[in-house]
Design a protein around this ligand. Structure first.
Ligand code: LIP
Length: 292
């Protein structure tokens, strides 16, 4: 691992991560994710359509992605005006505190368009350079699934929880240690060539695992690993906003979250699983690389 790459468990330079600061960031992430989650359900216009596309015709944006991001920015900067933000829709805005909010206003946008009940709002506070792979690390985060009224949340060293119906319940990964009995979640990108390669990797690994689940939201997939609803998750081609909050929540639930070849999780690859199975899944994926 090069001297300048931030490995799993290391925090890049930034503010002193006191317990008080981490609690403040976690509580703000929960409140912001809850507000945007309520908004995208309550204010969804009838006949919602595609407003624009990004990397391909299938990489869509709706007006609610933009409005949810605007709401998150107002909420976060209203509470902490000096922080930076990196958002899926409006990009990066600088700050002075060393804390950057990495936000996905609707993760699972295609599900949202089709009204498939698997989308969420993801909000993470990170330290380091969030725009550069391997140079940042989440320190607190929250993921709100507005349809199940669940908010997954965590801060460094504080454990992972799901808040539902006023109850805050600790969550842990599954202790699985046999690949053939491992339920794996994964996802596919928006570019045909990337999907073709991801399909080849899936075909190779499918006979070696219990089964595959494709929910359509990286953030919800990482929460599923954290609460033991699946045993493992891997995907290539993700952006920081797809994985930031899920990374700290899964880690605090006992998962190992990494990239390939000792790299930090990032666009090249994310592999998240309990310590009993992470190594076997990782070495299979490293042997099958590139994953996209
Ligand atoms: C989605 C991810 C999902 C991936 C999709 C897309 P979006 O994010 O959550 O895991 O498979 O290709 O990247 O575009 O809904 O924010």
């Amino acid at each position: 691992m090069g001297p300048d790459v931030v490995g799993p468990g290391q925090a890049p330079p930034g503010p002193a991560l006191t317990e008080q600061l981490l609690r403040e960031l976690e509580e703000l992430a929960v409140a912001a994710a809850r507000a945007a989650g309520r908004f995208i359900v309550a204010e969804r216009p009838r006949g919602l359509g595609v407003l624009d596309t990004k990397s391909s015709v299938n990489d869509i944006v709706t007006v609610m992605d933009q409005q949810s991001e605007a709401l998150l920015r107002r909420h976060l900067l209203g509470a902490r005006p000096g922080d930076a933000i990196l958002g899926e829709e409006d990009g990066a805005t600088d700050g002075t505190t060393g804390i950057t909010w990495v936000i996905d206003p609707i993760d699972g946008t295609v599900n949202y368009l089709y009204e498939i009940p698997a989308y969420c709002v993801s909000v993470a506070a990170v330290v380091g350079d969030a725009a550069t792979a391997g140079q940042w690390r989440p320190v607190a985060g929250a993921i709100c699934n507005p349809l199940t009224s669940e908010i997954f949340h965590a801060r460094l060293g504080g454990g992972a929880y799901v808040l539902a119906g006023g109850e805050d319940t600790a969550i842990r990964v599954n202790p699985v240690d046999v690949l053939l009995q491992t339920m794996v979640a994964t996802g596919f990108g928006y570019l045909p060539a990337v999907r073709a390669r991801q399909g080849e990797v899936l075909t190779a690994i499918l006979p070696e695992i219990r089964d595959i689940r494709r929910a359509g939201s990286a953030a919800l997939d990482l929460c599923a690993v954290a609460r033991g609803m699946v045993d493992a998750y891997y995907e290539a081609g993700l952006n920081p906003w797809d994985l930031a909050a899920g990374w700290v929540i899964a880690t605090e639930a006992g998962a190992v979250v990494s990239g390939l070849n000792s790299m930090a999780p990032g666009e090249a690859a994310v592999v998240a699983a309990g310590p009993g199975i992470h190594g076997s899944l990782l070495s299979r994926l490293e042997a099958l690389a590139p994953l996209r």
